[in-house]
Ligand binder design. Structure first.
Ligand code: CO8
Length: 259
């Protein structure tokens, strides 16, 4: 594994890579460097057959407490327009393999936006989710007004974005922002277990299912259904489908090849 300054990357279970944000001195606040390293991790993971699922986590104290405020303070309007971070966020958005966020502690601002880029979010009981940008005289800028809206609906999004006040893990689960609450010390273990299950499936089916679900988040039903049908049809041509059906008939576990 490469030497990153702000990330620690472990090859965990077979097919699963664990990526830990590692800026303990600043509650994992997202610097341009951290996002550039995440970009690099995703580029490598995208191309590697050995990596099928990413688990993204922070520390027990913070998933990430937002964009790095010190760095942000140095950028004026033109600096923001030319911000290299835009391409890093886009890299995360177009990553084709599943990403699971295992969240503990503060998950705020850009940190919450990063978490919402994940496909599955689970969190420890003590997690706090918020978009506190309004307290700094700004607003969310990495998808917070759009992804939060799609995840939890209008009223709670308005409340969080306009007051800047965080919600706890239970509220986040009730609202559909996260899918499970764990004991804080078991969040990563649980995320790795889910990742391992997903990594054992046919990777083409996983990829197209992810794409189809994401498509459904930003299109009308008819278009989404058409996309789903095309994706479903494409999978009829795969080895994995033959293997999956054969294994079912032979009453054994399938052994998917990703072809
Ligand atoms: N940026 C830089 N440093 C930070 C950040 C941050 N976002 N958050 C915390 N830190 C630093 C603190 O300055 C402190 O450093 P030091 O020890 O040197 O003083 C250290 O981390 C520990 O923090 P605290 O002492 O404040 O810890 P507390 O437990 O007392 O408080 C809080 C924790 C409540 C999370 C508090 O740190 C806080 O309010 N942090 C800021 C949260 C925030 O406003 N986040 C939003 C930032 S703006 C944003 O995310 C915009 C996104 C835009 C688009 C995306 C671009 C990447």
């Amino acid at each position: 594994n490469k030497n990153y300054q702000s990330l620690v990357v472990h090859q965990a279970e077979s097919g699963v890579q664990l990526v830990q944000l590692n800026r303990p001195e600043a509650l994992n606040a997202l610097t341009t460097e951290l996002l550039a390293e995440l970009y690099d991790v995703m580029d490598v993971a995208e191309a590697s057959d050995d990596i099928r699922v990413l688990v993204l986590t922070g520390s027990s104290k913070a998933f990430a407490a937002g964009a790095d405020i010190n760095e942000m303070a140095e950028r004026d309007l033109v600096g923001m327009l030319n911000d290299p971070r835009q391409q890093y966020w886009q890299r995360i958005t177009r990553f084709s393999k599943p990403v699971i966020a295992a969240i503990n502690g503060y998950c705020l601002g850009g940190g919450c936006e990063l978490a919402m880029h994940a496909d599955i979010l689970i969190a420890g009981r003590d997690a706090q989710f918020g978009q506190p940008e309004i307290n700094l005289g700004i607003m969310p800028g990495a998808g917070g007004t759009q992804r939060l809206l799609r995840a939890v609906g209008k009223s709670l999004t308005m409340q969080m974005v306009l007051t800047g006040q965080p919600i706890n893990a239970q509220q986040a689960k009730d609202a559909g922002l996260i899918s499970e609450i764990t004991q804080p010390e078991l969040t990563v273990t649980r995320a790795l277990a889910l990742a391992k299950v997903i990594a054992s499936k046919g990777s083409l089916a996983v990829r197209l299912a992810k794409e189809s679900i994401l498509k459904g988040m930003d299109t009308d039903l008819a278009t989404g259904l058409r996309f789903e049908r095309h994706a479903f049809t494409v999978l009829a041509g795969t080895e994995d489908r033959k293997e999956g059906i054969m294994a079912f008939k032979e009453k054994r576990q399938p052994n998917f090849s990703g072809r």
